[in-house]
Design a protein around this ligand. Structure first.
Ligand code: AMP
Ligand code: MG
Length: 346
């Protein structure tokens, strides 16, 4: 009796030892795998496109293909949408002398999005400023920038207004000689396309696309962490001088600033975002950052804030699907309530 009991006891002991050894072995394997699994390598590529510095940071088995496809897409969008390049589609629409022009689905998409934002913001965002942009010399880096006379501005204002754009099916007609300029929205669109392309090639890809500070997230850092995006100090010496940070795992952020394209005359700064009612650069805001799901939306809203004003923007930008960080002309910072969420690690 006694012996039988001891054998059982010994077997029991043996089993529990095997179990413990097994558990230790599994734990050692887990610790080994976790500590020796290298974080994915990120590949970085830079190019100038859409008049700005574009950087793509990506980690994927197909990084090379993703980078090539994204930069090809940027070049394609740049040459199609630059309204001041005689070879672009938009240039041809602008010079169609008030006739109906057939447009493709992509142009129709951008047109409709732009009309939506023009309507939503009561014209604070207006994509028909082409002639005004050219008048001031902001159509190209190489154009001479100057303050036009008030007569020239008043004359140009006659050729501005999103109500002068007529759409019928896939045809568009521009009245009163307006010129389209999608400069405030197309960079965001290109970033959205780039993110879509990366995800389509490799749904597991992670990284981000940065075009002059406008950013679209491909996927979280190392597959799970936030990317930290700095908000540039609009009066800082360099891009590295920041006045805020945003933590993002997905979605997009866009910033518009009076430091991006400007000239100084008699100590006064004249820059590239205009008040469509006056024909002069917008007043009161020097930088606007918007976080939104898509970069196209963030881009359009960031530009609109310059003409919407601070109080209005703080109330309405969240209703339009964005959260905003705004710097006024006295360099005071204003944030929408929901912006706080993006200032924390998740
Ligand atoms: P962003 O850098 O996104 O703010 O876009 C600025 C560009 O949008 C300018 O270079 C112009 O081409 C165009 N733009 C300027 N003012 C406006 C405006 N009020 N609404 C829409 N587009 C504008
Ligand atoms: Mg914009």
């Amino acid at each position: 009796m006694r012996e039988k009991y001891s054998k059982e006891f010994i077997n029991q002991r043996k089993k529990s030892w095997y179990f413990t050894y097994g558990l230790i072995a599994i734990l050692i394997v887990i610790v080994f795998v976790v500590s020796f699994r290298r974080p994915p390598d990120y590949v970085v590529k830079d190019e100038i496109s859409l008049g700005t510095h574009v950087r793509v940071v990506v980690s994927s088995k197909y990084s090379g293909k993703i980078l090539d496809s994204i930069f090809r897409e940027f070049r394609r969008i740049d040459s199609k949408f630059n309204p001041y390049n005689p070879n672009s589609k938009i240039y041809r629409i602008n010079h169609s002398n008030g006739n109906w022009v057939e447009v493709d689905d992509e142009i129709l998409f951008i047109l409709k999005k732009s009309l939506y934002y023009a309507d939503l913001t009561g014209g604070a965002f207006d994509f028909t400023l082409g002639r005004l942009i050219k008048l001031w010399g902001f159509d190209s880096e190489n154009s001479e920038k100057r303050i036009p006379s008030s007569d020239e501005i008043n004359e140009t204002l006659k050729h501005i207004g999103y109500d002068k754009v007529e759409i019928d099916g896939n045809k568009v007609r521009l009245h009163d000689g307006v010129w389209l300029d999608f400069g405030a929205i197309v960079k965001g669109y290109a970033i959205d396309r780039a993110v879509q392309i990366a995800k389509k090639i490799d749904p597991k890809a992670t990284g981000f696309v940065d075009a002059g500070g406008d950013i679209g997230i491909i996927g979280p850092k190392f597959g799970g962490a936030d990317w930290i995006v700095g908000i540039r100090n609009p009066r800082g010496e360099s891009q590295q001088d920041t006045i805020g940070v945003i933590y993002l795992k997905e979605g997009a952020v866009a910033t518009s600033g009076d430091y991006e394209r400007f000239f100084i005359s008699n100590g006064k700064r004249y820059y590239h975002i205009f008040n469509p009612k006056t024909g002069y650069p917008a007043k009161g805001v020097i930088s606007a950052t918007v976080v939104a799901n898509s970069c196209l939306d963030a881009d359009a809203l960031a530009t609109a804030i310059f003409n919407l004003g601070i109080e209005y923007s703080l109330t309405y930008i969240p209703r339009y699907g964005g959260q905003a960080f705004i710097v006024d002309e006295n360099q005071k910072i204003h944030k929408t309530k929901g912006f706080l969420y993006f200032e924390q690690v998740h």
